[in-house]
Design a protein around this ligand. Sequence first.
Ligand SMILES: Cc1cc2nc3c(=O)[nH]c(=O)nc-3n(C[C@H](O)[C@H](O)[C@H](O)COP(=O)(O)OP(=O)(O)OC[C@H]3O[C@@H](n4cnc5c(N)ncnc54)[C@H](O)[C@@H]3O)c2cc1C
Ligand code: SF4
Length: 488
Amino acid sequence: MNRRDQFMSVPRQSGQERDSSERIGDFNEYKERFTEAEASEQASRCMDCGTPFCHVGETYGQVKIGCPVYNLIPEWNLLVEQGNFKEALGRLQQTNNFPEFTGRVCPAPCEGSCTLSINEPAVTIKQIERTIIDIGFEKGWVQPRIPAIRSQHRIAIVGSGPAGLAAADQLNQAGHQVTVFEREDQIGGLLTYGIPAMKLSKEIVARRVRLLETEGIRFRTGVTIGLDLSLDQLEAEYDAVILCVGATEPRKLHDVPSRGVGYAMDYLTSVTRHLLTGQSLTTLHDTKGKDVLVIGGGDTGADCVATALRQGCRSVVQFGKHEMPGQVRSPENMWPDTPNLYTLDYGYEEALVQFGRDPREYLIAIDRYTTGDAGQLTGVWTIHNEKIRHPDGRIEFRTISGTEKYFPVDTMLIAIGFSGVEQDVLRHLAVDSENGKIKAAAYATNRPGVFAAGDARRGQSLIVWAIREGREVAEVVEHHLLTLKKTG
Ligand SMILES: Cc1cc2nc3c(=O)[nH]c(=O)nc-3n(C[C@H](O)[C@H](O)[C@H](O)COP(=O)(O)OP(=O)(O)OC[C@H]3O[C@@H](n4cnc5c(N)ncnc54)[C@H](O)[C@@H]3O)c2cc1C
Ligand code: SF4
């Protein structure tokens, strides 16, 4: 019988990271999995609390709780503690199609909802998840599952990000004939061209794609639906079409200098494309020896900081609009909500080691740019703001005079978020949309037999949410196929 009180004696360990000054010399993954012994010890910290909020996976108003795919966390924690990794893998695969992705890059809302985290550091759930699946692949336990019986139903999925891949996996396992159409030269969506390789190796993505292909899913790259093939054609040839086209229309920054300025996504995509295919980088996207400014305090900005460091930039700063998060939860952000706390993410730690300072500047705004003769960006004048919360809930940013500062900068990358599905994609697909997203309340669009899921439906989100949407849309499509049988 296992003891359930190790949380009092075993401290949390997060797993080994490669040394910061070494890892900025390459684009290999910066983090390693646990050893089996480490994973078992960390899993033993699970209290078996009885009401595991970690796997609830719900949103109440603004409060987000637990794992969106309802991972059976306490169950696999117990199995890992007992050293039974094979059975733990079976449990994990019941709820999560791609734990090797979430185990590496999920921000782990589960840990924010872990009951232990009320007054102690949470169980290291994400790192245990990664260890289970990595061991599963290493020991050959993850094998192709080829459906024994095939239905006559044909399904087209547009977009090969985590939502499209999860829907494809579910429907293929149900025996249907699934084809995934992708406009890029590689499968994976933002798993491939978005999230940098040091967070998620592209070989890890390719390994899963090979497995899905062996299991019977057809992938067609270099095909843009709406241009190369119309949605009408897909509707005519397939019993259902699922649009998983993402939400990568960047929020724009206007009146910027004509040279030396670009969007974060274009930058991250071309750096990964350069790594994968050797395609040369534009001057803007090669930041070696440059003074880089990243606009936007979010995770995409953090990935730009880490990428510029690996390219050998001369300096890097990141501007955020909001204040520095606190070290403890605020009263509006209490457990079991996902915590908004100060953390030293991998790229920030690397910048600290390389340049002796955290690159982030908070509550800062650009007042004006300085440029050279050819319109090339040479620097920015900034001013700091104070954030005022009015009693009616309004938030106002007021400039603080006397805080003007100059930053010499020759490359500026804009990472201020995404407004929805790319406008060209929406125009060519001709389905109803609302606020830049495809309108599909219960996954069905206004076109019969055409469904939508992932970021395209919910807006820019997380991989774990894309997987959940892929699983749920597959269920809705199954019901649709049943109605076809009845009417056909
Ligand atoms: C830089 C960056 C870093 C991120 N880091 C993380 C992270 O660390 N952790 C995390 O959980 N989330 C992260 N995210 C968010 C996460 O990647 C997304 O929420 C997730 O990938 C959404 O999945 P999706 O399948 O809905 O869409 P996407 O992954 O965007 O895939 C959509 C696919 O559709 C294709 N497509 C679009 N239109 C067409 C068409 N007409 N025809 C054919 N194909 C088409 C696109 O080429 C793309 O491949 C990050 C996002 C960005 C931008
Ligand atoms: S998928 Fe994300 S939220 Fe779910 S258990 Fe893994 S790390 Fe936690």
